[in-house]
Design a protein around this ligand. Structure first.
Ligand SMILES: C[S@@+](CC[C@H](N)C(=O)[O-])C[C@H]1O[C@@H](n2cnc3c(N)ncnc32)[C@H](O)[C@@H]1O
Length: 374
């Protein structure tokens, strides 16, 4: 679909959104001019989402929840956080220490977890939040200020990852999918990286092919997908600051054999604007979310390379059902008291893809995939 075709199926921008999007596009055009007219998709995504004061996550749009652009599992219901609290309680019972949540969104999951952990009698010494969006951090502060004193006093916001290794849990729900990724397409003479270049007429930005890159092969000609090279340094940095405990990542994603399945020929990149999902990142730049599914095999390899142990991988449905079925006081299942571990689990694309047709296999939120173990 052309950019104008995509725009025609999306709600119109408000005058303020249009002004904001034009400012983000101007910033990207300035970088394009300085970079001889081509930017990698990764750099484009970084600017569109995180350019200081302008990017989607750096500026002040509503984003998450029913009145925003998309809905995440903790926003659908507190059941997600309450189930997760059981896992946290099991880990904290072994390790003690704290919880560090990355990208805490509206703060709802933090509020649910703290309330539930208090009920389990296993509160973390502190609940640290590392949030790149000043706007979302402000929302988190006002939501968590409503907690009872014994809980809200445990919450702190960090500017960067802790320098001293922590004990306990690092949590991230729907953060890995927001790491800027690269895009590529397969041609007869090899894999070519896709970038962004100035467009023509009413379409001010357009995809552009640039150069061959070392990416998954062999794949059929025309096959287009994503690869997130930032996963490994991200996991390595998280491993550095995890002394003893569990890194728990929840996201929509697949093991690699499914991620790069020949039939998934147009990749996993999705954009979200006012509860509509589409696949054109060059429209509504700076006022829509851009995301790509997570290659969990890459996550697992990155964890192993960073001296973590992969202690589990499951669909979110299986993970939540197992936790829901488990009563309080059951012995720890996933936690490793004697070392560091990493647990990934998969897909809940339905929540983000109402218009995207990805929910075919889903029976009830947040279930979607029936995946074998990687
Ligand atoms: C899709 S939202 C998910 C929010 C929340 N976890 C939820 O489930 O509702 C992505 C969040 O990750 C944050 N984020 C993105 N990159 C990050 C990074 N490198 N470190 C920490 N937070 C990040 C964003 O600002 C945002 O809060």
């Amino acid at each position: 679909m052309t950019a104008s075709g995509t725009r025609s199926i999306l709600p119109p921008l408000s005058p303020e959104e249009a002004r904001h999007s034009a400012a983000v596009a101007a910033l990207i055009h300035a970088e394009l001019a300085a970079a001889a007219g081509w930017l990698s998709f990764e750099r484009f995504m970084e600017l569109a989402l995180y350019a200081p004061g302008l990017g989607y996550y750096s500026a002040g749009s509503f984003k998450i929840g029913a009145g925003g652009d998309f809905v995440t599992a903790p926003e659908v219901s507190d059941l997600f956080g309450r189930c997760l609290a059981r896992q946290c309680a099991e880990v904290l019972a072994v390790t003690g220490g704290e919880i560090l949540e990355l990208g805490a969104g509206s703060g709802r999951m933090a509020a649910t977890l703290l309330t539930e952990l208090a009920a389990h009698g296993v509160l973390p010494q502190r609940y640290a939040i590392l949030e790149v969006s000043a706007d979302l951090a402000a929302r988190q502060r006002s939501r968590l200020a409503q907690l009872p004193p014994g809980l809200r006093e445990r919450v702190v916001w960090l500017e960067r990852l802790p320098e001293r290794p922590l004990q306990g849990l690092i949590l991230a729900n729907e953060v890995a999918d927001a790491l800027p990724c690269r895009r590529f397409t397969c041609r007869a003479r090899g894999v070519r990286e896709l970038g962004v270049a100035p467009g023509e007429g009413a379409d001010p930005l357009a995809f552009h092919e640039q150069y061959a890159a070392a990416l998954p092969a062999p794949l059929p000609e025309g096959y287009t997908s994503e690869v997130c090279l930032r996963v490994a340094p991200w996991i390595a940095a998280l491993s550095e600051c995890l002394g003893r405990g569990v890194l728990l990542l929840c996201d929509y994603g697949l093991p690699r054999s499914h991620y790069y399945h020949p039939q998934r020929g147009s990749g996993t990149l999705r954009c979200h604007f006012k509860q509509r999902a589409h696949d054109d990142p060059c429209v509504n730049v700076g006022v829509q979310d851009i995301t790509a599914w997570v290659d969990f095999t890459r996550v697992a390899h990155a964890g192993l390379a960073a001296d973590l142990t992969v202690s589990g991988f499951a669909t979110q449905a299986a993970f939540l059902l197992a936790l829901a079925a488990r009563g309080r006081g059951t012995p720890p299942h996933h936690a490793r008291g004697d070392g560091r571990s990493l647990q990934g689990h998969g897909a809940h694309a339905r929540l983000r893809c109402r218009a995207g047709g990805l929910c075919a296999a889903g029976s009830a939120p947040p279930a979607v995939s029936r995946l074998p173990d990687p």
